[in-house]
Design a binder for this molecule. Structure first.
Ligand code: ASP
Ligand code: MG
Length: 460
């Protein structure tokens, strides 16, 4: 059994969906379960509707619902589904979705209340819509597809907007709902991104979370592979918008790929690999526009090579907080207090460096920064550096290869470095610079590490 997950751009219109269906058909022998995102742009449009409604702009919200969500799906249905009866059935289904969303908009607009719980429910329509259409398109192509409700399969906690999977109940649900269908030769089609808590209240796994859904289901069901179908050739040595001749990475370790996903590579949701690592399930990143290409394979044990640096990624919109206090000297418990504050404000810290009397932390730009800062000021002098970016160099051999850091920093000698982090057993070298210097730094480093590479086994 395998999981095939398709992202929004692979489902954005009738021809993209027809193409995805052909890819699914080419894998029928491997017993796929299909996990889908919403069509590209739909989740954003749903959020917009909800926000406008919360501001009391009900008719604007309804316009977006009609023009950018419902009409768009009607067009897909008209161009994709041949059978009139099937078209009719889908349109009736979408009329219901339309009515329900209108009621939600109305409810949100009169109460002015848009809780994360309500927003999750609104967002869930995107994936419910795409899966309804794709299931029908597969059936028309002779595939025994069945639409399933991911809310019965993916059980999460009740942290709306960023729910975390509960693996045991999820495993039990997937085994009892998905497994029997696979065994009967049915192709289950499920919504990515969406789950439900233990009281069956709809939750979502955070933006971009469909990859995570694919990995959760693949892991609990112990599938042979997880395929993530997207619109790029795989993981690259750098962002192709910055480095035009970035190379495709054929093979990466779980650790390398997680670092990249976390530090900016947009191909994969950062949590995706965590469950797959545990069960050692290979994850493939594949391009739905070029299905014959083998993409990037992410697995535990990779082919040994002499390549130290595999990829360079970056994360923009970083803020650095420096706290200086002589109270830190020789005392204990200070760090704990600092981290407790981050914990209370649910702000996660990317990098930390410390000296005897100071601590520097990097965080993503956060809306609630003011309160966090006020708290931190109680513990020492605080300076805030904004508009920063993290650059991250990743490679399984970084830990053993000498001289990498000196190559990095001599290459970037004209660019001021704010923070550096490189742990003893780390496979990454991470540092912070001004946001505006990102393109220059990435290009320089790519030139440094990849200009003379000829390892066809690893890069292409
Ligand atoms: N549709 C959701 C989003 O746009 C989840 C996903 O596409 O992975 O964030
Ligand atoms: Mg995605």
């Amino acid at each position: 059994m395998i999981i095939m997950k398709f992202g929004g751009t692979s489902l954005e219109d009738a021809s993209a969906i027809a193409n995805a269906c052909e890819i699914i058909k080419s894998r029928l022998g491997r017993q796929p379960a299909v996990v889908l995102s919403a069509a590209a742009g739909i989740t954003n449009a749903l959020i917009r509707c909800a926000e406008l409604a919360a501001q009391g702009k009900r008719s604007e919200a309804e316009t977006i619902l009609r023009d950018r969500i419902i009409e768009r799906h009607y067009r897909i249905i008209a161009n994709l589904i041949k059978g009139l009866r099937e078209q009719d059935m889908l349109i009736r289904q979408f009329k219901l979705y339309d009515e329900e969303l209108r009621s939600l908009i109305y409810g949100i607009s009169i109460t002015g209340d848009l809780s994360p719980r309500v927003l999750d429910f609104v967002m869930s329509y995107g994936e419910r819509m795409s899966t309804a259409i794709v299931t029908e398109a597969l059936r028309e192509r002779g595939v025994r597809a069945e639409l399933l409700d991911a809310r019965r399969c993916v059980v999460t906690n009740a942290q709306f907007g960023r729910a975390e999977p509960l693996f045991e109940p999820t495993r039990a649900a997937c085994e009892s709902i998905i497994r029997p269908r696979i065994e009967k030769g049915i192709i289950p089609v499920l919504q990515g991104f969406v789950g439900a808590d233990e009281h069956h209240v709809t939750t979502t796994l955070g933006r971009g979370g469909s990859d995570f859904s694919a990995a959760i289901i693949g892991t609990v069901m112990h599938t042979d592979d997880i395929e993530i179908w997207t619109d790029v050739d795989g993981m690259l040595t750098a962002d192709p918008n910055i480095v035009a001749d970035a190379l495709r990475i054929r093979e990466m370790s779980f650790r390398e790929a997680s670092e990249l996903a976390y530090f900016g590579a947009k191909v994969l949701h950062p949590s995706t690999l965590l469950p797959a690592i545990e069960k050692d399930i290979p994850v493939h990143i594949l391009n739905s526009h070029r299905p014959q290409m083998d993409g990037t394979l992410i697995k535990r044990d990779i082919t040994a090579s002499d390549i130290a640096v595999k990829s360079i990624s970056f994360k923009r919109a970083i803020t650095i907080l420096n706290i200086t206090s002589t109270r830190m000297l020789g005392s204990y418990g200070f760090m704990k207090k600092i981290f407790d504050i981050f914990n209370e404000h649910q702000t996660s810290v990317d990098l930390v460096t410390t000296s005897e009397v100071s601590i520097s932390l990097s965080i993503e730009n956060a809306p609630a920064l003011d309160e966090l800062v006020a708290e931190l000021r109680k513990y020492g002098e605080l300076t805030i550096l904004r508009e920063k970016a993290i650059i991250c160099i990743v490679g399984e051999r970084l830990k053993s290869e000498r001289g990498i850091a000196s190559r990095v920093f001599s290459r970037l000698q004209d660019i001021p470095i704010d923070m550096i982090s490189h742990g003893a057993s780390e496979i990454n070298l991470t540092f912070v610079i001004d946001e505006e210097r990102v393109p220059e730094a990435v290009r320089e480093l790519h030139e440094e590490f990849f200009s003379s590479i000829s390892e066809p086994g690893i890069f292409e």
